[in-house]
Structures are given as structure tokens and as C-alpha cells.
Design a protein around this ligand. Structure first.
Ligand SMILES: [Zn+2]
Length: 343
């Protein structure tokens, strides 16, 4: 089959479009004929060699996969040939205390497909049969691939971790990112007021169309000052952060007393200073979040059936142009998900 792989860590030039052996499936696995695969920052970190000991070389990236069932192992049932599916991105044991309580991503054996295993930048991928989930009818393959990782992450952060409730106000950093575009929608679905940010004026209208109540420019505006103004001094109850170092202090300054800051990543770096006095006096909660459970993904998917949630596809590249697609992501020129179309 054709696939995009890297044989050593480095820049986008390390990605090679080449002929590789078809994956073989085990008794509990399904072989999926990939039709689309969305990019994530994870793909760029993997290729760059962050936590390189976890990445099998040569490596096929791609954690957000949609396609059709091509073949199933003899212990897999309920997946007819050619069934249209998307792939739940997390693999876990399914029986430990964490898995049993919906905390799949805390399982000792937790792996992300396409990061710690071979992924979807390819014509075929082998995944656990239970990770193949039927695609909601109205979604194309490109749209379906834009859903799993970011909507699962946003749901876990806002629902399971931060307990965002109707009437609260949330700051969502960077609506143009995949996870930001999902978070704006999930927060509106939950009945919250959403203040979000963009890095360029061309993205402002798109953020409004997602349902954001207010859109600020994080390059040209004083975010904590604007938030104070927009909320009549009350500030926000929840901050949704995936940027880290660059946004941390502004996030803290934007939070109302008893505010909750939930973070799922650090695209700008992971070191910062915390004034603990400020945390206890204001009774802030600082929360980490990492992926989410299979059960949460099943819940999220229901909202795509009647368009309460919508995939945000920025652009579609052919598989062989994966390097160009990753370069676009690294430049933050996108709004929503960049998707590779496979065959
Ligand atoms: Zn487990």
C-alpha cells in the first residue's frame, strides 16, 4: 500500500510518500481502508522527536481516521465489510479501574493510535475492532476524520473536568485551532457564554459563525482587560487552554473567583510561574486533561446526527502532500482541521 512515513526524526522533509507492506490484523482487530485522516499537533511532535522513545520507526502518523471496514479478525463482530467508520483514537486495556470508570486515558496501557502505533497517513490501518465506530449518516469521510480527537478532548475538558454549566462564561483560547473550534461549539451546546480569541482578523467571522458570543484578537488586544470589560468586571468562570506558557498568566488574570482553568496541552511551551497566594485566595482550580474515554466519544458523536455539533474542516490535501499540510498547520494559517484525503 501507499503510505507517508518518516524513518528518522526531523522537519517535514522527513516525510516520505512510499510503498510499504499492508498491515496485518490480529484476531481482535479490524483492517480499515482509510479514506481520510486529519492532522493533529501530535503528528508534528512525533515527527520532530518529542518523547521519541514512544514512537515506533519507521512511523506512519495519523490519529483521526475515517474509512471503510476491509477485513476483521475472527473475534470481531458487528462490523460488516465496507461499513463506514471512524476510529476512536485511544487504545486501553478495557478492564482496569480507570477503564472501568471511563478514565481510559489514565490506563497504564493507554496508547494513541497513530502516535504510539502506526496510523492513518496510509491506505490501510489496523485498529482494535472496538475502536471502529459507525459514521453519523450526514458526514463525509473528510468531515468524520475532523471529529474524534478534538471533540473528545473538548468534551472531556468542559464536561467531565470543568463541569461547565448553563449561564457560566468560558474563555476559549484560539478558536481557529482544531480543539478550539470544537470547544466553542461544545461550550455553546452546554449553554455557556463564550468568549474566544483568534490570531488574525480573517478568522474573526469564522469564530462568530461557530457560535462565539465575543471574539478577541490575542495578538492585538489586551485579553484580561477586554474580558473584564465584556463581563462587567465579573471575568470568566472557566478557561479552556491548550497553549500553555504564552497564555497562562492572562488566563489566571481573566478568571472570576472560584474559576476553573482546564488545560490539555502546551503548544507554546510548558514552563510557567504560579503565585500560589492568588490561587488560594481566589479559590481557583487548575485542572489537567488528556484525551477522554470511548464512552465520551460515543456521547459526542450523537450531537453530529442532528448538527448540534459540526466538524470544522479547514482544507483537504491529498495524502502525498502530507508535508505541505503539516507546514500549513505549523504556521497556524488554518481554521479548524486540516485533512488528508486518501484514495
Ligand atoms: Zn485500563
Amino acid at each position: 500500500m501507499k503510505a507517508v512515513r518518516f524513518h528518522e526524526f526531523g522537519g517535514p522533509e522527513k516525510l516520505r510518500f512510499e510503498e510499504v507492506p499492508n498491515p496485518k490484523i490480529g484476531p481482535t482487530e479490524a483492517l480499515v481502508r482509510v479514506r481520510a485522516c486529519a492532522l493533529n499537533h501530535l503528528d508534528i511532535w512525533a515527527r520532530g522527536g518529542t518523547r521519541s522513545e514512544r514512537i515506533p520507526l519507521p512511523h506512519i502518523s495519523g490519529s483521526d481516521i475515517s474509512g471503510e471496514i476491509s477485513e476483521t479478525g475472527n473475534q470481531v463482530s458487528g462490523h460488516p465489510k465496507d461499513e463506514k467508520v471512524l476510529v476512536a483514537p485511544g487504545i486501553s486495556c478495557g478492564i482496569c479501574d480507570y477503564c472501568s470508570n471511563g478514565w481510559d486515558s489514565l490506563c497504564e496501557s493507554y496508547k494513541i493510535i497513530g502516535y504510539e502505533t502506526q496510523g492513518g497517513y496510509a491506505e490501510y490501518v489496523a485498529v482494535p475492532g472496538k475502536n471502529a465506530l459507525p459514521i453519523p449518516d450526514r458526514l463525509s469521510f473528510e468531515q468524520a476524520a475532523a471529529v474524534p480527537l478534538v471533540f473528545l478532548t473538548a468534551w472531556h475538558m468542559l464536561v467531565t473536568r470543568a463541569h461547565l454549566v448553563p449561564g457560566e462564561t468560558v474563555l476559549v483560547w484560539a478558536a481557529g485551532s482544531g480543539v478550539g473550534s470544537a470547544a466553542v461549539q461544545v461550550a455553546k451546546l452546554l449553554g455557556a457564554k463564550v468568549i474566544t480569541t483568534v490570531g488574525s482578523e480573517t478568522k474573526r467571522e469564522k469564530a462568530q459563525k461557530l457560535g462565539a458570543d465575543f471574539v478577541l484578537n490575542h495578538h492585538t488586544q489586551d485579553i484580561p482587560g477586554e474580558i473584564k470589560r465584556l463581563t462587567n468586571g465579573r471575568k470568566v468562570n472557566v478557561v479552556f487552554d491548550h497553549i500553555g506558557e504564552a497564555t497562562w498568566e492572562k488566563s489566571i488574570k481573566s478568571m472570576a473567583p472560584a474559576g476553573r482553568l482546564v488545560n490539555c496541552g502546551v503548544t507554546s511551551g510548558g514552563k510557567t510561574e504560579i503565585d500560589i497566594r492568588y490561587i488560594f485566595v481566589k479559590q481557583f482550580s487548575l485542572m489537567g486533561s488528556f484525551m477522554g474515554g470511548r464512552g465520551e466519544l460515543l456521547k459526542v458523536l450523537k450531537f453530529f446526527e442532528d448538527e448540534k455539533l459540526k466538524p470544522v474542516v479547514d482544507s483537504v490535501f491529498p495524502l502525498m502532500e502530507a508535508a505541505r499540510a503539516q507546514e500549513k498547520m505549523e504556521k497556524s494559517e488554518h481554521f479548524g482541521k486540516i485533512v488528508l484525503k486518501v484514495a
